[in-house]
Design a binder for this molecule. Structure first.
Ligand code: FE2
Length: 259
């Protein structure tokens, strides 16, 4: 069984590159289940019901979120309709499901979303305690975790601590793909999957606006970048008989490699 996980989708150009390449990636990689992080999909912060429906229609099977889960307040009124949307289990305040179980290739796949603690907004519990609670509550064959966190060391520690109990840990939030994908025992791991967003940007945000805000110290409004985008994801192979990960492969399509 092959799982495709796409990193943070940032703004319109990030959405468009997903819509453009997803069918081909799914076919080429023989993907059985697709997960994407959509917490930055609506103009860089949050998600709307319209975008949720577009992603599902495009063939994404589950959507995870992060610290911007509810930045677009309208989504809160639609959460009951969004059965495939998974907000972090340890988000404060806890509003929406933190994990969900899917039947895929005859096995029960639990997709979990957690927030890290280091350099992040306060959460209602640590990701370690939260994962222990999920493992107590959920009855699944394999566990996929989107750990939405800033600090690489926290993500690696999480992976090492849970490697015998869960099947895949993929980091999100930094928007920069790390080259440390590996198996930790029988668990697939990568510190950050990277973003789907504008390549010439500051993690998806407009360079000029960021310069004015952080160098010239001007009061500016958050501005999403526009232009050619990078696509970032990973493909994880699962041995469904043994219920273990057997490989993790990075996928990246940069504007310069677009033909
Ligand atoms: Fe984030």
């Amino acid at each position: 069984m092959n799982i495709l996980f796409l990193g943070d989708i940032v703004g319109r150009d990030g959405r468009d590159i997903i819509f453009r390449y997803l069918p081909k990636i799914k076919e080429d990689e023989k993907i059985d289940f697709t997960i994407a992080n959509a917490e930055n999909s609506a103009h860089g912060k949050g998600i709307t019901i319209k975008l949720y429906n577009q992603f599902i229609k495009a063939g994404i099977d589950a959507l995870t979120l992060g610290n911007h889960s509810y930045s677009k307040k309208e989504i809160i009124d639609h959460l009951k309709e969004c059965e495939l949307l998974i907000a972090p289990y340890n988000f404060e305040p806890y509003i929406h499901q933190g994990f969900k179980i899917f039947d895929v290739c005859g096995i029960r796949l639990c997709v979990c979303n957690l927030l890290g603690e280091a350099f992040m907004m306060p959460s209602r519990m640590s990701p370690f305690a939260a994962m222990d609670e999920i493992l107590d509550k959920a009855c699944a064959d394999i566990y996929f975790v989107d750990l939405h966190a800033e600090a690489t060391a926290e993500k690696i520690l999480f992976g090492q601590y849970f490697k015998d109990r869960i099947t895949a840990v993929c980091g999100t939030h930094t928007h920069v793909q790390t080259a440390d994908e590996r198996l930790m025992g029988n668990m697939a791991y990568i510190s950050d999957v990277g973003m789907n967003g504008v390549y010439d940007s500051v993690i998806g945000r407009d360079i000029e606006e960021m310069s004015r805000a952080h160098i010239m110290m001007e009061k500016t409004r958050y501005t999403i970048a526009s232009g050619p985008a990078i696509l970032s994801g990973v493909v994880i192979n699962i041995d469904t008989a043994q219920k273990i990960a057997t490989s993790i492969k990075r996928i990246q399509i940069r504007p310069t490699s677009v033909v």
